[in-house]
Design a protein around this ligand. Structure first.
Ligand code: SF4
Length: 397
């Protein structure tokens, strides 16, 4: 049944394809990006989202750790990196990372998300020991770590092929790869915003290699800088093609460019409408990617709630400490308690489901390593107390 207002939309032919489950073409995708009919695009995406996931919306209890912001590159869109002796440069010891992880485990987290800059002098052992020591805290803890460019860097540092690098990291405890670093694949854009970074082919090859080893990863697209709709279509097409080949992506996450403190600070960044439209188009075009994530830390929990009606089925997690977007001027909190995630999802009319890193529902809380977890309500209460304290200390909440 097509609503009368949608029958009058310029996009009604795409709606017919969506209803029949016909794959959208690149031309369809371009028309969607060129259209400002957000109600129609959101409606269509919501239809697909509910067909696939019903009323469920996922979240995860996780903690981010950015081990260092010292980087040998200088991507123009990045506010996170520092040179070694520059003010604001930092690096965590493995002991510091383990302490952060141990504290977070007491709150019931199931995942640690680890990325950092391309450090000029950390040795191979730093990365492998980091994974091993974190995994020792609890073998069930999922370590989602490293972008494709970090893998290439580690391959160079460790004098190993990409396959050998990934195999060694997996043996040390790597659970899945993060999707960062994809930015916009098209070389016209890459040479403006990240000319020294890996090429699209290299990014895709790292993920292809990991998927062929049985690994899973997420994929991303950085929006709201110098890219045009054609570049976004090209980017999504390459992701869809790799997913057709390997099936290894668990989720797609559009990342909003934050201009403050970058060399591209004169650009406005994406609007809320653009973010919603991109999430919705991803749901429609990436028909082979199960999950579309609204990463609340970069768009705010309020817009993430709205996104749950625009094709999104996941709003990420508790996060706890985020540096990459906050060094670029993000004003969102750096953490959110579990009960606020649950409330945000319920207020948006969805049914919250806590997931693990591979989108399996977490039906029981972790055991011995999480001694605070006598029950769900206890975890919710204790995490609330600790988060509130940390938030006040950091001035973020
Ligand atoms: S985006 Fe990554 S690789 Fe580029 S400068 Fe920032 S930290 Fe370094």
């Amino acid at each position: 049944m097509t609503p009368v207002w949608l029958q009058r939309s310029e996009l009604v032919d795409i709606w017919e394809k969506v209803q029949s489950g016909t794959r959208l073409s690149d031309a369809d995708c371009l028309r969607l990006f060129q259209s400002n009919d957000l109600p129609a695009i959101g409606y269509m995406a919501n239809h697909v989202r509910e067909r696939r996931h019903g009323n469920v919306a996922y979240y995860i209890l996780n903690r981010h750790i950015n081990y260092s912001n010292i980087c040998i590159l200088d991507c123009d869109f990045c506010a996170f990196y520092r040179r070694r002796r520059e003010p604001g440069a930092y690096e965590f010891t493995i002991e510091e990372m383990v302490a952060k992880a141990r504290e977070a485990l007491q709150l019931g987290i199931t995942e640690i998300h680890i990325v950092g800059g391309l450090h000029p002098s950390f040795k191979w052992d730093y990365y492998v020991t980091m994974l091993r020591e974190l995994k020792k805290l609890d073998p069930r803890l999922h370590l989602k770590a490293f972008t494709a460019i970090e893998i290439l860097h580690l391959s160079w540092v460790g004098k190993r092929s990409v396959t050998e690098t990934l195999a060694a990291l997996k043996e040390a405890g790597l659970g899945s790869l993060t999707g960062g670093g994809a930015e916009i694949f098209h070389p016209e854009v890459r040479k403006v915003i990240c000319h020294a970074k890996e090429s699209a082919e290299e990014w895709l090859d790292v993920h292809r290699t990991w998927h062929r080893m049985g690994g899973r990863s997420t994929c991303t697209m950085l929006i709201g800088h110098v890219e045009r709709p054609e570049h976004r279509v090209d980017h999504l097409r390459r992701l869809r093609e790799l997913q057709d080949e390997t099936g290894g992506f668990t989720a797609f996450v559009p990342l909003a460019f934050h201009p403050a403190n970058t060399k591209l600070a004169h650009l406005p960044g994406p609007s809320g409408a653009d973010l919603l439209k991109t999430l919705a188009i991803a749901r429609l075009y990436l028909d082979n990617v199960d999950h579309i994530k609204a990463y609340w830390i970069l768009m705010g929990i309020k817009l993430a709630q709205v996104a749950l009606g625009h094709g999104v089925d996941d709003i990420d997690g508790t996060v706890m400490e985020e540096k990459i977007y906050h060094m670029a001027g993000a004003t969102t909190p750096q953490m959110i308690p579990q009960q606020e995630l649950v409330r945000a999802i319920r207020e948006a009319g969805r049914e919250p489901v806590q997931r693990d890193s591979l989108y399996r529902p977490v039906t029981s809380l972790p055991g011995p390593a999480h001694e605070a977890s006598a029950g769900a309500s206890q975890i919710i209460r204790s995490s609330s107390a600790v988060y509130a304290g940390a938030g006040n200390e950091g001035g973020a909440a």
